[in-house]
Design a protein around this ligand. Structure first.
Ligand code: SF4
Length: 291
């Protein structure tokens, strides 16, 4: 079994078999992300190598694997026929597989198009985790996400239309103090247009070796305080018109705001309001992350 570069996977894939299909990230420009900044460079692994890793996984775990995740940063960018081939092969080796998941930015999902997404679904791909980060075009431009809100909406809708489960990640505070309101409202608008299966909240923490940390040090970006993040979260939840499940499955978050929308909206807002009654000193400080 081979693995190159940092091992990075969604928390919800903690129990999944990880078999690397791609190395690095083809975009690698987001100003807040340090995961692949020092390499390795993006490449697609040869299909036969991936198949061999799947075969060796049987020797370790048997055929009763239930969930499979194909790292790395943007495996949806892999040529569709090759991704389809490894999905089909994995399903043949592991007949009890319930889910095959990849990471995919809207930019690369958009390039795939609806027809390829439908083919991938038929081949067994069942879930995509998308780093939406924000629905605000100005924030997306500043963080160099390589996409805009219109493309994020098209890509998200296609994933759903193809019958693939969709997880959209939001980074609270990624607009800084300057665009907190715009970030909350535009993100709510984009998510409402997509109506993903899952909305996963993370809170911005500066990371070492990132452009955004440099901007903070130069005074060009102000990190939100805990209360400011909570108010932004409130604004986001208030304006969501979705039937998604909201998850708060990340160590960076100040509060566990989770539930099924829209029925749990009031419950989530109550949790946020309860947290807002606490003094700022009750929350973790802003620090520079190393991972
Ligand atoms: S956040 Fe995702 S798309 Fe952006 S550079 Fe990091 S891995 Fe690549």
């Amino acid at each position: 079994m081979h693995y190159e570069g940092p091992i990075y996977r969604p928390p919800s894939e903690a129990d999944s078999l990880l078999v690397q299909a791609t190395v690095g990230c083809p975009h690698n420009k987001c100003t807040f992300c340090m995961t692949y900044k020092k390499g390795p460079a993006y490449r697609v692994r040869p299909v036969r190598e991936i198949e061999e890793d799947l075969e060796s996984a049987i020797k370790i775990y048997g055929t009763h694997v239930r969930t499979l995740f194909f790292p790395a940063g943007n495996t949806i960018a892999m040529p569709a026929p090759e991704l389809a081939r490894i999905c089909v092969y994995a399903r043949s080796l592991f007949p009890h597989l319930e889910r095959i998941t990849v990471y995919g930015s809207s930019k690369y999902i958009f390039r795939k198009g609806l027809a390829d997404l439908k083919k991938l679904r038929k081949s067994g791909l069942s879930r995509i985790h998308v780093g939406l980060e924000s629905g605000d075009d100005e924030v997306l431009r500043r963080i160099k996400k390589g996409t805009d809100s219109a493309e994020q909406i098209r890509a998200g809708k296609w994933v759903r239309e193809a019958g693939i489960e969709l997880s959209e990640y939001v980074v609270l505070g990624i607009g800084g103090r300057e665009r907190t309101r715009e970030h909350a409202l535009a993100t709510a608008r984009v998510l409402s247009a997509i109506n993903p299966d899952f909305i996963r909240l993370r809170t911005f923490l500066p990371k070492i070796n990132t452009v955004l940390l440099h901007q903070i040090k130069k005074g060009r970006f102000e990190v939100l305080s805990a209360h400011e993040v909570l108010k932004e979260t409130r604004q986001l939840i208030e304006n969501l018109d979705v039937t998604s499940r909201v998850h708060s499955d990340h160590y960076t978050n100040y509060v566990d705001a989770h539930g099924k929308m829209p029925e749990d909206r009031e419950k989530i807002l109550k949790v946020i309001d309860g947290a807002l009654k606490k003094d700022e000193s009750a929350f973790r400080p802003v620090y520079v992350g190393t991972q």
